[in-house]
Design a protein around this ligand. Structure first.
Ligand code: 13P
Length: 256
């Protein structure tokens, strides 16, 4: 079993200075813990990655670094884009791929996303593939079908079983709304993801694939989600912008 994992997706928030102050608060919090029985990953915006990577190294913090996106080509005339190799150099070990905000605002589709997953693995980055149904699909009872399609498509260029990857189930209607599915519903979707992984050739779900939940995660609801057997961690948006709140979520989530 891998350790429970907590990812902070800051989206388009925080300057370099704010990122460095956040890391100082993390250091203070971590120094009070006897040991850390989980993985913590921060996903700042592109502009803060390099400084964050340096600070994490300088302070020897047990914190992973994720980018929020990448482009699937390695280099070339792609104005405004950033490749996996560049993210590694900036200190990243992870990259979020296919977040619903990218699918909706930037027209990313399953085909773009599968190329990005492949490019991330090629650059030695662990992809955090986001999947999730919208409100209409949920009402129509299509949740499991949508999730299965997104997982299959997203991983279709991945060598089954060999590489490390994370999947984040983020129902679109739960993002930033304060609404969430019940822990039982989340467990059902995570089980479906686990079954889909086996169908497409991943012999064992753990430890190569962690399945996270994201969407209005808070100090109040994290424990109920984390108690479910197929929930390996959380992808936290708004509530991760305060270091104190995020650390509380982590602490409650690991039952510390
Ligand atoms: P919120 O936690 O703000 O709902 O955002 C979730 C999310 O999109 C994380 O990637």
């Amino acid at each position: 079993m891998s350790l429970p994992c907590f990812v902070a997706n800051w989206k388009m928030n925080k300057t370099v200075a704010e990122t460095l102050s956040y890391l100082t608060l993390c250091q203070q919090w971590l120094s009070k813990l006897p040991r850390l029985s989980c993985e913590i990953i921060l996903a700042p915006p592109y502009t803060a990655l390099f400084s964050a990577g340096n600070k994490i190294k300088e302070l020897s913090l047990p914190i992973g670094l994720a980018a929020q996106n990448l482009y699937f080509e390695a280099e070339g005339p792609y104005t405004g884009e950033v490749s996996g190799r560049m993210l590694c150099e900036a200190g990243c070990q992870y990259v979020i791929i296919g977040h619903s905000e990218r699918r909706n605002h930037f027209n990313e589709n399953d085909s773009t996303i599968t190329h990005k997953v492949q490019a991330a693995l090629g650059a030695n980055l662990t992809p955090i593939l986001c999947v999730g149904e919208n409100a209409k699909e949920r009402l129509e009872g299509k949740t499991l079908q949508v999730i299965q399609r997104q997982v299959k498509e997203g991983l279709s260029r991945m060598d089954g079983g060999a590489s490390h990857c994370m999947i984040a189930y983020e129902p679109i209607w739960a993002i930033g709304t304060g609404k969430t599915p019940t822990p039982f519903e989340v467990e059902q979707v995570h089980q479906k993801i686990a079954r889909t992984l086996i169908e497409i050739g991943f012999k064992q779900r753990a430890p190569v694939i962690d399945i996270l939940y994201g969407g209005s995660v808070s100090v109040e609801n994290v424990a109920a989600f984390m108690k479910k057997p197929h929930v390996d961690g959380m992808l936290v948006g708004g509530a991760s912008l305060s270091a104190e709140t995020f650390m509380n979520i982590v602490q409650v989530g690991i039952g510390a």
